[in-house]
Design a protein around this ligand. Structure first.
Ligand code: 2AM
Ligand code: CA
Length: 272
């Protein structure tokens, strides 16, 4: 992608994100209609849908040749990442949006032929905009984010969610994660994958390990973590599939392979 094309796209992405964020803020205290999707804890509101519609209209008006891959289905039917694809989660952390009215984010990743070019994550109520353009570093508002300090596992905080506590959960390799939790300093759980990625980029946590994310949960965050110097793969260290549900490990480079090799045994999980 030519640099002036990319600059223009980046400016437009930020403009759309700020406008979508303002619409959400304007209505944050309005009563909301909550529906459930795949299970009783999988929530969706009109605000998720309206925000994605806003992105669909804005992208179609401004960039008719681009495609949209969105969580709520107002985008295109995406089966490959050829050309320019906007991968959008209109509200990441819907449960936080519903219950807490904070700790949710708008996540926009722009890919060209499968390569992540631009990542924008907006912590709507916190007011922080996290961005990265491939090769240009990662920023929180205007401030560069970089993971410099050397890390040993004993001094890290990892984001994990409590599904790890359920031993019969078929998606997790329970014993390995138990050993990992004993070794690290502590865990956190924020309930928004996008925010967990940017907190890794910012260095306020050192890693994020999760078993079920969709491409729109990951698209922007992986670019931002990479540009801050971190590593993002599946939980068993493989390249991420940006079209399907996947496991994810995003972390500081010093601890990534150690977690993959010693604590996450997905092969064992697959055998069961
Ligand atoms: P969402 O709010 O956009 O649905 C919560 O731990 C994080 O996981 C959020 O980023 C949430 O995104 C995502 N998430 C929740 N349920 C999911 C599911 N069934 N598949 C993939 N991601 C999910
Ligand atoms: Ca969402």
């Amino acid at each position: 992608m030519e640099s002036n094309t990319r600059d223009h796209l980046f400016e437009k992405a930020k403009e759309f994100v700020y406008e979508a964020g303002q619409r959400i803020k304007d209505q944050i205290d309005q009563p909301r209609k909550i529906e459930t999707k795949s299970n009783p804890n999988d929530l969706v509101t009109e605000m998720d849908q309206n925000t994605e519609k806003f992105f669909a209209e804005s992208i179609r008006n401004e960039f008719p040749e681009h495609r949209l891959f969105g969580e709520e289905g107002f985008g295109d039917d995406i089966k490959d990442l050829n050309g320019i694809v906007w991968i959008v989660d209109p509200i990441d952390g819907t449960m936080n949006f519903v219950h807490q009215k904070r700790n949710f984010a708008i996540s926009v990743g722009i890919y060209e032929d499968g390569v992540g070019e631009i990542g924008v994550i907006y912590d709507v109520m916190g007011g922080a905009l996290y961005t990265a353009v491939r090769g240009g570093g990662a920023f929180k508002n205007e401030t560069p984010m970089k993971m410099n300090e050397t890390k040993v596992l004993e001094e890290t905080i990892l984001a994990l969610n409590t599904t790890w506590l359920i031993p019969e959960n078929p998606h997790v390799e329970h014993k390995g994660v138990e050993a990992l939790v004993k070794r690290i300093r502590s865990t956190r759980s924020y309930g928004s994958a996008a925010l967990e990625f940017v907190y890794v980029a910012e260095g306020i946590i050192d890693g994020y390990l999760t078993m079920t994310l969709m491409p729109w949960d990951i698209a922007a965050g992986r670019i931002i973590v990479n540009e801050a110097g971190g590593i993002v793969t599946t939980a068993d260290g493989e390249e991420l599939d940006m079209l399907n549900k996947t496991t994810v490990l995003a972390s500081h480079p010093d601890i990534h392979s150690e977690i993959v090799e010693n604590y996450v045994d997905l092969k064992q999980r697959k055998k069961r």
